[in-house]
Design a protein around this ligand. Structure first.
Ligand SMILES: O=CC(=O)O
Length: 328
Protein backbone atom coordinates (compact mmCIF):
# COMPACT_ATOMS: atom_id res chain seq x y z
CA UNK A 1 0.00 0.00 0.00
CA UNK A 2 1.33 3.45 -0.85
CA UNK A 3 1.44 5.85 2.08
CA UNK A 4 3.34 8.90 3.23
CA UNK A 5 5.55 7.07 5.74
CA UNK A 6 8.16 5.80 3.33
CA UNK A 7 7.18 2.14 3.82
CA UNK A 8 4.52 -0.28 2.65
CA UNK A 9 3.16 -1.21 6.03
CA UNK A 10 -0.56 -0.55 6.51
CA UNK A 11 -1.75 2.07 8.98
CA UNK A 12 -3.52 0.56 11.97
CA UNK A 13 -5.35 2.17 14.90
CA UNK A 14 -4.56 0.88 18.41
CA UNK A 15 -4.69 1.90 22.09
CA UNK A 16 -1.61 3.61 23.49
CA UNK A 17 0.49 1.66 26.02
CA UNK A 18 -0.15 4.13 28.84
CA UNK A 19 -3.95 3.89 28.53
CA UNK A 20 -5.76 1.83 31.19
CA UNK A 21 -6.42 -0.86 28.58
CA UNK A 22 -3.44 -0.03 26.38
CA UNK A 23 -1.09 -2.38 24.59
CA UNK A 24 1.90 -3.44 26.72
CA UNK A 25 5.47 -2.85 25.54
CA UNK A 26 5.98 -6.38 24.17
CA UNK A 27 2.80 -6.02 22.09
CA UNK A 28 3.93 -2.66 20.76
CA UNK A 29 7.21 -4.19 19.52
CA UNK A 30 5.35 -6.91 17.63
CA UNK A 31 2.87 -4.43 16.19
CA UNK A 32 5.48 -1.94 15.01
CA UNK A 33 7.38 -4.61 13.13
CA UNK A 34 4.45 -5.15 10.80
CA UNK A 35 2.28 -2.03 10.70
CA UNK A 36 2.35 1.74 11.05
CA UNK A 37 0.67 2.30 14.39
CA UNK A 38 -1.64 5.26 14.91
CA UNK A 39 -2.41 5.64 18.61
CA UNK A 40 -6.08 6.27 19.28
CA UNK A 41 -5.36 9.48 21.22
CA UNK A 42 -3.25 10.88 18.38
CA UNK A 43 -6.03 10.01 15.97
CA UNK A 44 -8.59 11.86 18.14
CA UNK A 45 -6.33 14.94 18.17
CA UNK A 46 -5.91 15.02 14.38
CA UNK A 47 -8.56 12.96 12.63
CA UNK A 48 -8.03 14.69 9.29
CA UNK A 49 -4.41 13.52 9.21
CA UNK A 50 -5.16 9.82 9.78
CA UNK A 51 -8.78 9.16 8.73
CA UNK A 52 -8.12 8.10 5.17
CA UNK A 53 -4.89 6.26 5.93
CA UNK A 54 -6.16 3.79 8.53
CA UNK A 55 -7.07 0.37 7.10
CA UNK A 56 -7.42 -1.71 10.23
CA UNK A 57 -7.99 -1.59 13.98
CA UNK A 58 -6.18 -3.76 16.54
CA UNK A 59 -8.28 -4.26 19.66
CA UNK A 60 -6.38 -4.93 22.86
CA UNK A 61 -8.53 -5.90 25.83
CA UNK A 62 -11.59 -4.52 24.04
CA UNK A 63 -10.08 -1.08 23.36
CA UNK A 64 -10.44 1.24 21.52
CA UNK A 65 -14.24 1.22 21.41
CA UNK A 66 -15.48 0.52 17.90
CA UNK A 67 -18.82 2.19 17.25
CA UNK A 68 -20.60 3.90 14.35
CA UNK A 69 -18.92 7.25 15.10
CA UNK A 70 -15.44 5.71 14.89
CA UNK A 71 -16.29 3.80 11.72
CA UNK A 72 -17.71 6.98 10.12
CA UNK A 73 -14.33 8.58 10.72
CA UNK A 74 -12.45 5.64 9.14
CA UNK A 75 -13.72 5.33 5.56
CA UNK A 76 -10.95 2.92 4.45
CA UNK A 77 -10.99 0.52 7.38
CA UNK A 78 -11.45 -3.09 6.27
CA UNK A 79 -10.69 -5.22 9.28
CA UNK A 80 -11.11 -5.22 13.05
CA UNK A 81 -8.59 -7.63 14.57
CA UNK A 82 -9.19 -8.58 18.18
CA UNK A 83 -6.33 -9.68 20.43
CA UNK A 84 -8.52 -12.09 22.38
CA UNK A 85 -11.13 -14.77 21.89
CA UNK A 86 -14.43 -13.22 23.04
CA UNK A 87 -15.98 -10.59 20.77
CA UNK A 88 -19.18 -10.02 22.75
CA UNK A 89 -18.29 -6.33 23.15
CA UNK A 90 -18.40 -5.73 19.39
CA UNK A 91 -21.56 -4.81 17.46
CA UNK A 92 -21.19 -7.53 14.82
CA UNK A 93 -24.40 -6.48 12.99
CA UNK A 94 -23.01 -2.96 12.58
CA UNK A 95 -19.63 -4.24 11.43
CA UNK A 96 -21.06 -6.67 8.92
CA UNK A 97 -23.47 -4.03 7.58
CA UNK A 98 -20.35 -1.98 6.78
CA UNK A 99 -18.71 -4.96 5.03
CA UNK A 100 -15.91 -5.22 7.62
CA UNK A 101 -14.07 -8.37 8.54
CA UNK A 102 -13.59 -9.29 12.20
CA UNK A 103 -10.95 -11.77 13.41
CA UNK A 104 -9.95 -13.06 16.84
CA UNK A 105 -7.33 -15.27 18.53
CA UNK A 106 -9.06 -18.38 19.85
CA UNK A 107 -7.33 -21.61 20.94
CA UNK A 108 -3.82 -20.25 21.63
CA UNK A 109 -5.01 -18.92 24.99
CA UNK A 110 -6.79 -22.11 26.11
CA UNK A 111 -4.05 -23.56 28.32
CA UNK A 112 -3.11 -20.25 29.96
CA UNK A 113 -6.73 -19.39 30.68
CA UNK A 114 -7.33 -22.86 32.11
CA UNK A 115 -4.30 -22.35 34.38
CA UNK A 116 -5.95 -19.18 35.65
CA UNK A 117 -9.26 -20.98 36.19
CA UNK A 118 -7.51 -23.54 38.40
CA UNK A 119 -5.53 -20.79 40.13
CA UNK A 120 -8.76 -19.07 41.13
CA UNK A 121 -10.38 -22.32 42.19
CA UNK A 122 -7.43 -23.26 44.39
CA UNK A 123 -6.90 -19.76 45.77
CA UNK A 124 -10.55 -19.46 46.77
CA UNK A 125 -10.79 -23.00 48.17
CA UNK A 126 -7.65 -22.68 50.30
CA UNK A 127 -8.32 -19.01 51.19
CA UNK A 128 -4.97 -17.96 49.81
CA UNK A 129 -5.51 -14.20 49.88
CA UNK A 130 -6.99 -14.20 53.38
CA UNK A 131 -4.01 -16.26 54.56
CA UNK A 132 -1.58 -13.88 52.89
CA UNK A 133 -3.29 -10.95 54.60
CA UNK A 134 -3.20 -12.74 57.95
CA UNK A 135 0.56 -13.20 57.74
CA UNK A 136 1.21 -9.58 56.71
CA UNK A 137 -1.24 -7.66 58.88
CA UNK A 138 -0.21 -7.30 62.54
CA UNK A 139 -3.86 -6.56 63.40
CA UNK A 140 -5.03 -9.98 62.22
CA UNK A 141 -4.28 -12.85 64.60
CA UNK A 142 -1.94 -15.45 63.04
CA UNK A 143 -3.68 -18.82 63.28
CA UNK A 144 -2.66 -22.22 62.06
CA UNK A 145 -6.22 -23.56 62.19
CA UNK A 146 -7.41 -21.44 59.30
CA UNK A 147 -9.18 -24.03 57.18
CA UNK A 148 -10.32 -23.85 53.58
CA UNK A 149 -12.31 -26.25 51.42
CA UNK A 150 -11.01 -29.54 50.03
CA UNK A 151 -10.18 -29.60 46.29
CA UNK A 152 -8.73 -33.08 45.70
CA UNK A 153 -11.60 -35.52 45.28
CA UNK A 154 -14.26 -32.76 45.26
CA UNK A 155 -16.86 -32.40 42.50
CA UNK A 156 -16.41 -29.80 39.79
CA UNK A 157 -19.07 -28.60 37.37
CA UNK A 158 -17.80 -27.08 34.13
CA UNK A 159 -20.29 -24.85 32.35
CA UNK A 160 -19.10 -24.55 28.73
CA UNK A 161 -16.95 -27.44 27.48
CA UNK A 162 -15.06 -25.68 24.68
CA UNK A 163 -11.28 -25.67 24.37
CA UNK A 164 -10.74 -23.84 27.69
CA UNK A 165 -13.33 -25.97 29.49
CA UNK A 166 -11.58 -29.10 28.27
CA UNK A 167 -8.18 -27.81 29.45
CA UNK A 168 -9.71 -27.09 32.89
CA UNK A 169 -11.15 -30.63 32.93
CA UNK A 170 -7.69 -32.09 32.23
CA UNK A 171 -6.24 -30.16 35.16
CA UNK A 172 -9.14 -31.06 37.47
CA UNK A 173 -8.73 -34.73 36.51
CA UNK A 174 -5.11 -34.55 37.72
CA UNK A 175 -6.50 -33.29 41.05
CA UNK A 176 -8.73 -36.40 41.11
CA UNK A 177 -11.86 -34.27 40.99
CA UNK A 178 -15.19 -35.76 39.90
CA UNK A 179 -16.15 -33.75 36.85
CA UNK A 180 -19.59 -32.91 35.48
CA UNK A 181 -20.13 -30.64 32.53
CA UNK A 182 -22.94 -28.81 30.81
CA UNK A 183 -22.62 -27.67 27.22
CA UNK A 184 -25.03 -26.95 24.38
CA UNK A 185 -23.68 -30.01 22.59
CA UNK A 186 -22.27 -33.15 24.14
CA UNK A 187 -18.44 -33.50 23.92
CA UNK A 188 -17.51 -37.20 23.71
CA UNK A 189 -13.79 -36.38 24.04
CA UNK A 190 -14.41 -34.93 27.52
CA UNK A 191 -16.19 -38.11 28.54
CA UNK A 192 -13.29 -40.39 27.61
CA UNK A 193 -11.13 -41.94 30.31
CA UNK A 194 -8.37 -39.29 30.10
CA UNK A 195 -10.75 -36.74 31.64
CA UNK A 196 -13.84 -38.72 32.58
CA UNK A 197 -16.33 -35.83 32.67
CA UNK A 198 -20.01 -36.73 32.92
CA UNK A 199 -22.53 -34.83 30.84
CA UNK A 200 -25.48 -33.03 32.43
CA UNK A 201 -28.23 -31.95 30.05
CA UNK A 202 -29.21 -29.00 32.27
CA UNK A 203 -27.90 -26.72 34.99
CA UNK A 204 -30.70 -28.08 37.20
CA UNK A 205 -29.02 -31.47 37.01
CA UNK A 206 -25.44 -30.18 37.34
CA UNK A 207 -25.54 -27.52 40.06
CA UNK A 208 -26.83 -29.45 43.11
CA UNK A 209 -24.02 -32.03 42.75
CA UNK A 210 -21.04 -29.66 42.63
CA UNK A 211 -18.60 -28.30 45.22
CA UNK A 212 -17.12 -25.96 42.60
CA UNK A 213 -18.77 -24.58 39.47
CA UNK A 214 -16.60 -22.90 36.85
CA UNK A 215 -18.07 -20.81 34.06
CA UNK A 216 -16.25 -21.06 30.72
CA UNK A 217 -19.04 -20.31 28.25
CA UNK A 218 -19.03 -17.29 25.88
CA UNK A 219 -21.35 -14.36 26.61
CA UNK A 220 -24.22 -14.44 24.12
CA UNK A 221 -27.89 -13.46 24.20
CA UNK A 222 -28.60 -16.98 25.55
CA UNK A 223 -25.95 -16.98 28.31
CA UNK A 224 -26.45 -13.39 29.55
CA UNK A 225 -27.64 -13.62 33.16
CA UNK A 226 -27.49 -17.45 32.97
CA UNK A 227 -26.64 -17.46 36.71
CA UNK A 228 -29.32 -15.75 38.80
CA UNK A 229 -31.17 -16.44 42.05
CA UNK A 230 -32.67 -19.70 40.75
CA UNK A 231 -29.26 -21.14 39.84
CA UNK A 232 -27.58 -20.06 43.11
CA UNK A 233 -30.49 -21.60 45.05
CA UNK A 234 -29.71 -24.91 43.31
CA UNK A 235 -26.07 -24.86 44.45
CA UNK A 236 -24.80 -26.35 47.72
CA UNK A 237 -24.30 -23.87 50.62
CA UNK A 238 -20.68 -25.08 50.76
CA UNK A 239 -20.06 -24.47 47.05
CA UNK A 240 -17.95 -21.96 45.14
CA UNK A 241 -18.68 -20.26 41.82
CA UNK A 242 -15.72 -19.35 39.60
CA UNK A 243 -16.12 -17.07 36.58
CA UNK A 244 -13.30 -16.79 34.07
CA UNK A 245 -15.53 -16.11 31.04
CA UNK A 246 -17.51 -12.85 31.04
CA UNK A 247 -19.05 -10.95 33.94
CA UNK A 248 -22.46 -10.66 32.27
CA UNK A 249 -23.09 -14.41 32.49
CA UNK A 250 -23.75 -13.87 36.21
CA UNK A 251 -26.43 -11.52 37.49
CA UNK A 252 -24.27 -9.48 39.87
CA UNK A 253 -27.09 -8.51 42.27
CA UNK A 254 -28.15 -12.16 42.58
CA UNK A 255 -24.55 -13.21 43.25
CA UNK A 256 -24.15 -10.58 45.96
CA UNK A 257 -27.35 -11.75 47.62
CA UNK A 258 -26.31 -15.42 47.38
CA UNK A 259 -22.96 -14.64 49.03
CA UNK A 260 -24.44 -12.38 51.71
CA UNK A 261 -27.18 -14.91 52.56
CA UNK A 262 -24.70 -17.82 52.52
CA UNK A 263 -26.70 -19.55 49.78
CA UNK A 264 -23.23 -20.37 48.42
CA UNK A 265 -19.93 -20.23 50.27
CA UNK A 266 -17.63 -18.26 47.97
CA UNK A 267 -16.89 -16.81 44.55
CA UNK A 268 -13.71 -16.36 42.53
CA UNK A 269 -14.07 -13.80 39.78
CA UNK A 270 -11.68 -12.90 36.99
CA UNK A 271 -14.48 -10.98 35.30
CA UNK A 272 -17.35 -8.89 36.65
CA UNK A 273 -20.36 -6.92 35.46
CA UNK A 274 -19.65 -4.03 35.39
CA UNK A 275 -15.90 -4.33 34.81
CA UNK A 276 -14.14 -2.97 36.70
CA UNK A 277 -16.53 -2.76 39.65
CA UNK A 278 -17.00 0.76 41.07
CA UNK A 279 -14.80 1.37 44.15
CA UNK A 280 -17.75 1.32 46.54
CA UNK A 281 -19.35 -1.86 45.19
CA UNK A 282 -20.55 -4.13 48.05
CA UNK A 283 -19.01 -7.24 46.43
CA UNK A 284 -15.58 -5.71 47.07
CA UNK A 285 -16.28 -5.77 50.81
CA UNK A 286 -16.78 -9.54 50.98
CA UNK A 287 -13.89 -11.66 52.26
CA UNK A 288 -15.25 -14.77 50.56
CA UNK A 289 -14.72 -13.36 47.07
CA UNK A 290 -11.35 -13.68 45.34
CA UNK A 291 -10.80 -11.22 42.50
CA UNK A 292 -8.38 -10.88 39.61
CA UNK A 293 -8.59 -8.10 36.96
CA UNK A 294 -9.47 -10.13 33.81
CA UNK A 295 -6.14 -11.99 33.74
CA UNK A 296 -7.25 -15.22 32.02
CA UNK A 297 -4.72 -15.04 29.17
CA UNK A 298 -2.30 -12.69 30.94
CA UNK A 299 1.15 -14.18 30.60
CA UNK A 300 3.70 -12.37 28.46
CA UNK A 301 4.18 -15.52 26.39
CA UNK A 302 0.50 -16.05 25.61
CA UNK A 303 -0.34 -12.37 25.15
CA UNK A 304 2.65 -12.03 22.76
CA UNK A 305 1.41 -15.04 20.79
CA UNK A 306 -2.05 -13.53 20.70
CA UNK A 307 -0.69 -10.20 19.42
CA UNK A 308 1.35 -11.95 16.70
CA UNK A 309 -1.71 -13.90 15.61
CA UNK A 310 -3.93 -10.81 15.61
CA UNK A 311 -1.40 -8.95 13.45
CA UNK A 312 -1.19 -11.94 11.08
CA UNK A 313 -5.00 -12.06 10.89
CA UNK A 314 -5.06 -8.36 10.08
CA UNK A 315 -2.42 -8.60 7.36
CA UNK A 316 -4.15 -11.65 5.83
CA UNK A 317 -7.46 -9.80 5.78
CA UNK A 318 -5.90 -6.76 4.09
CA UNK A 319 -4.15 -8.87 1.47
CA UNK A 320 -7.29 -10.90 0.73
CA UNK A 321 -5.86 -14.22 2.00
CA UNK A 322 -8.24 -16.83 3.42
CA UNK A 323 -8.80 -16.14 7.13
CA UNK A 324 -8.32 -18.89 9.70
CA UNK A 325 -9.78 -16.93 12.61
CA UNK A 326 -12.63 -15.04 11.00
CA UNK A 327 -15.61 -14.14 13.19
CA UNK A 328 -17.48 -12.40 10.35
O1 LIG B 1 -11.15 -12.26 27.77
C1 LIG B 1 -10.31 -12.55 26.99
C2 LIG B 1 -10.57 -13.08 25.68
O2 LIG B 1 -11.73 -13.10 25.25
O3 LIG B 1 -9.62 -13.49 25.03
Amino acid sequence: MADNSGNDKPFVLASRPDDEKGIPYYGVDILKKHVNVVWYEDFLKDKAKYSELIQGVILWVMAPRVDAALLDALPNVKVISNVGAGVNFLDLDLLSSRGLKVCNTPRILNETTADMGMTLLLASARRLLEGDQMVRDPNIKWQINFCGRQVSGATLGIVGMGGIGYAVAQRAHAFRMNIFYHNRTRRPQAEEEAVGAQYCASLEELLPQCDFVIIMTPLTAETKGMFGKKQFDLMKPSSTIINIARGGIINTAALLEALQNKTIAAAALDVTDPEPLPDDHPLLKLQNVTFTPHLGSATVQTRSNMMSLAVQNLLDALSGKPLVNQVI
